[in-house]
Ligand binder design. Structure first.
Ligand SMILES: Cc1cc2nc3c(=O)[nH]c(=O)nc-3n(C[C@H](O)[C@H](O)[C@H](O)COP(=O)(O)OP(=O)(O)OC[C@H]3O[C@@H](n4cnc5c(N)ncnc54)[C@H](O)[C@@H]3O)c2cc1C
Ligand code: SF4
Ligand code: SF4
Ligand code: SF4
Length: 371
């Protein structure tokens, strides 16, 4: 019988836990807490009834099932590197998007769905001084307050209990990174009762994430306080806007802030979401939208018909496919680097073995050492 100790040994302590929050949500005694960036059982033996619930709730232990789950949600459509989908668009909303990350699609899609009574609330990520914090939004104002991208891991799914039980919601939209949405799909597959309160998922495209405290330090090194920042803009470079000033520096400067679980992650396009949204592939101020499921098509078509959004076919889907292919390849390669490092190979030997530069191996190993 596998329980918390096994979850800790296989997932949490190895650094591949994505902090999705599902084990915290599932624990019947509320015994697991989010402490120092990861799920932990504060008092080792006390209160833990030694069941298998937390172990059973972790999708990272069932990666082999994800193909079946994907086919269950999306059918047998053509599987591509950005996942199975119906259509890919560039989209933007009007005035609203000025306070949003890109085209303002996530915020305005949620407010549309709420006003049309298609959802009764949303699980979103707001922030405290840019530190990401998950919460339940039930009003337009609460949704708008979650706009903009925050970097840092956030145990989003642990808030599902509060959304469904404390707030009494039964048609929730969950907005999350690919790891959040994969985890949620696994909970739905297992018929976890709380997961049945989710009606709709909006997934964010994601190349990688950064540890919040590490970013605070990096930004401090540039002479800025995190509280001065108005917006992060990360693509090929790490961009910051603060008080009308724009600053950008090479992405390699923050590579040491990428958590280990992101280094081995292979999902860029949030392949299991109803609708995926990002910025890659669209001009500045626009969002890239990938509509995948029937549910997603129904809600997004209604949104388009409401004339609050401008859309056009995405011109360069191959650009997205390229990013998705590189992430998948990098994830597989990094798993191999960690495995061989665990067997005692040094960076130089790893570089020769895998045919990549020693510098690249060193960047990945920063994550391995941080775990
Ligand atoms: C960690 C991370 C990495 C990303 N990497 C890429 C990338 O490589 N390429 C790309 O094209 N797009 C990426 N995105 C998506 C992009 O930054 C925007 O979120 C997306 O384009 C939506 O823009 P918008 O204007 O429609 O969003 P807005 O209307 O501004 O709404 C933003 C939404 O994002 C949610 N959110 C904010 N921070 C987080 C978080 N840490 N975790 C989960 N949800 C959050 C909020 O709940 C809010 O609903 C990333 C997002 C995150 C959070
Ligand atoms: S009570 Fe069960 S679910 Fe909670 S920590 Fe203990 S073993 Fe895990
Ligand atoms: S369920 Fe999520 S938070 Fe819990 S151990 Fe697994 S990946 Fe980590
Ligand atoms: S890279 Fe993967 S694990 Fe990291 S935040 Fe993005 S989806 Fe989650």
């Amino acid at each position: 019988m596998s329980g918390y100790e096994d979850l800790e040994a296989k997932i949490i302590d190895t650094g591949i836990c994505t902090s999705c929050g599902a084990c915290i949500l599932a624990c019947p005694t509320f015994h697991i807490k989010f402490i120092e960036g990861k799920p932990q059982r504060p008092k080792r033996a006390l209160d833990c009834v030694r069941c298998t619930t937390c172990y059973d709730a972790c999708y990272m232990l069932r990666e082999g099932l994800m193909g079946d789950i994907e086919r269950g949600i999306l059918g047998w459509g053509e599987k591509q590197s950005i996942g199975i989908y119906r259509r890919a668009l560039a989209a933007r909303t009007g005035e609203q998007n000025r306070a949003c990350q890109d085209g303002g699609i996530v915020t305005s899609l949620l407010t549309y769905a709420l006003s049309e009574n298609l959802i009764d609330g949303a699980l979103v990520v707001g922030s405290n001084g840019w530190m990401p914090l998950a919460y339940t939004a039930k009003t337009k104002g609460e949704i708008v307050a979650s706009a903009m991208t925050k970097y840092g891991t956030v145990p989003l799914l642990k808030e599902l209990r509060s959304a469904a039980v404390d707030h009494g919601l039964s048609r929730i939209c969950v907005v999350g990174s690919p790891c959040h949405i994969r985890s949620l799909r696994y909970l739905q597959h297992r018929n976890l009762p709380l997961a049945s309160a989710v009606r709709f998922t909006v997934g964010l495209l994601c190349r990688e994430n950064y540890d919040y405290h590490c970013i605070v330090e990096k930004v401090g090194g540039k002479g800025l306080d995190i509280g001065e920042i108005d917006k992060f803009n990360v693509s090929e470079e790490f961009g910051i806007s603060a008080g009308g000033r724009k600053l950008s520096f090479p992405i390699t400067e923050v590579k040491g802030c990428v958590p280990k679980h992101c280094l081995v992650c292979e999902d860029f396009a949030c392949e299991l979401a109803d609708v995926s949204v990002g910025s890659d592939g669209s001009p500045e101020g626009w969002s890239t939208v990938i509509v995948r499921t029937e549910e997603g098509e129904g809600i997004f078509s209604g949104f388009e018909g409401n004339k609050i959004v401008e859309t056009e076919a995405l011109q360069d889907v191959d650009y997205l496919r390229g990013i998705a292919d590189r992430k998948r390849e990098k994830g597989k390669q990094t798993r191999e680097i960690f495995r061989l490092r665990g067997e005692g190979l040094e960076a130089k030997e790893l570089a020769v073995e895998l045919g990549i530069t020693e510098e690249r191996v060193a960047h990945r190993l920063e994550g391995w050492q941080a775990a």
